[in-house]
Write a protein that binds this ligand. Structure first.
Ligand SMILES: [Zn+2]
Length: 459
């Protein structure tokens, strides 16, 4: 991957387009596999509740049995697992310990199954910059991707539709600060890959022109990036003159100010997706506006009203045998709605929209806006470990401080690397100081924010 990315970054544009199209062809093959999987699980969308409860219980039993037999951390619970048939999986589950990223990071090997076969190692940031690695077996990874794709199918996708996407695809190297065309187009899968990293008034104008020419049926992206793009477009002569079916977002919650500018500029229905890099649970917003859990990937305590909700939410995988996360606190507070029904007709359990903290953008002197997800990207694409917490603070137009809660040795090891990667994401317009600290301020909600921009009013 590292080598591929390096090759990609030094390649001229036509070659990059070729890569994108090859990647697109590969995606078409994967899409066929996703759709086969989705046909298999389609009956679960409208299954009656008793059968859903049974189905999930069978999955929980299998995961718990597998964990006590193959995962060192769960070996001491073998006796408890012996009661699964007599006491039922929900009750046994409730007696297993709750774990979170910190607990697992203390002894990550103890959470890996023996004989786990080929895995995808998914790296997530935990929003505070602390890296966390999850080993996901191939089937769970494929299912996770398929469920993300299902959201687009629910939104009425047809094979001839174009989709523009504005997420973390590093499609234009950061060495190219002001590309005329901050995108790549993949013909086989009819995708427009837009660069999240290069958003400024000029690139936004160019993107607006491209969107009007290509007329995508969907625009998907991070809420922060979509919000930035739309706030720039608002000041141009950009007008919606085609039928944009939906704006699709994921990876972050959408905040009111983002939703407002997106609706104003793009004027389409907005649909969200809640998912996680850990591939434990996911939920997609249906045409009635409600979030339905996928149910087949993982179990959220409280989803059926059998076990109570806990906060932060505890989730258990139903599929990932490589590193079975059990009662894993994913870091978000998720409200369950076990007794409500949805007018869309799907019986999949519902949750309230997931609310997490709001992160600021970084604004450079030339007027670029770097979204929180782009900053996180710069962070987690370094091989960084042993950092307890991190925070990025923009003090004024030209200065950003990166606070690292880490010991002296770790700090010295990563300081220069982080300074370089952060400057690069800010296109060398901002001075970056990486500072060691033992204390990172926590907000009233009990969470520390990752990015604080003191330039903006209200901070
Ligand atoms: Zn629904």
């Amino acid at each position: 991957m590292g080598v591929m990315k390096a090759v990609y970054n030094i390649s001229p544009r036509p070659l990059r387009t070729l890569y994108a199209n090859a990647y697109g062809l590969n995606n078409l093959v994967r899409r066929r596999r996703w759709e086969a999987l989705l046909r298999e699980i389609a009956p679960t969308e409208r299954m009656d509740r008793d059968r859903q409860v049974e189905r999930v219980e069978a999955g929980l039993k299998a995961i718990i049995r597998h964990a006590v037999a193959n995962v060192p951390f769960y070996a001491p619970y073998a006796k408890l697992a012996a009661d699964l048939d007599t006491r039922g999986a929900y009750r046994v589950l409730a007696e297993l310990p709750v774990v979170d990223k910190d607990v697992i990071n203390r002894e990550p090997q103890a959470f890996l199954a023996r004989d786990r076969g080929r895995c995808v190692v998914s790296r997530t940031s935990g929003t505070t910059g602390t890296p966390f690695y999850v080993h996901v077996d191939r089937r769970s990874f494929l299912l996770g991707d398929a469920l993300w794709w299902r959201r687009t199918l629910w939104a009425g996708y047809r094979p001839a539709d174009w989709i523009a996407r504005l997420v973390g695809d590093p499609i234009v190297p950061l060495e190219e600060p002001n590309p005329d065309r901050p995108w790549l187009i993949s013909l086989p899968e009819r995708r427009i890959y837009l660069s999240t990293f290069h958003l400024n008034p000029d690139t936004a104008r160019a993107i607006g022109g491209l969107l009007r020419r290509r007329r995508p049926a969907y625009i998907m992206g991070y809420p922060s990036s979509l919000g930035i793009l739309c706030s720039f477009l608002k000041d141009t002569d950009f007008r919606m003159d085609w039928d944009l079916r939906n704006v699709l977002f994921s990876s972050e919650p959408m905040h009111a100010h983002q939703e407002q500018v997106i609706r104003e500029v793009l004027g389409a229905e907005i649909r969200g997706l809640y998912g996680s890099g850990e591939k434990v649970i996911s939920a997609a917003q249906c045409e009635a506006g409600n979030y339905h859990l996928s149910m087949v990937d993982g179990y959220l305590e409280g989803q059926f009203g059998i076990l109570p909700d806990i906060a932060p939410a505890a989730v258990t995988t139903l599929t990932n045998l490589a590193m079975p996360l059990i009662r894993y606190q994913i870091g978000d507070v998720i409200g369950t709605r076990p007794h409500e029904t949805c007018p869309c007709g799907r019986t999949l359990p519902m949750i309230s929209p997931v609310i997490t903290k709001h992160e600021d953008d970084i604004i450079t002197p030339s007027g670029r806006r770097i979204s929180s997800s782009a900053v996180v990207w710069a962070f987690i694409h370094q091989e960084i470990s042993d950092i307890r917490k991190a925070q990025v603070i923009q003090d004024d137009e030209r200065h950003v401080r990166v606070l690292l809660n880490a010991d002296e040795g770790t700090y010295l090891k990563y300081r220069d690397l982080l300074e370089r990667s952060m400057r690069k994401v800010f296109f060398d317009e901002i001075e970056v100081d990486v500072v060691r600290t033992d204390h990172i301020e926590v907000t009233q909600a009990g969470k520390s924010r990752f990015i604080i921009n003191k330039l903006k009013t209200g901070n």
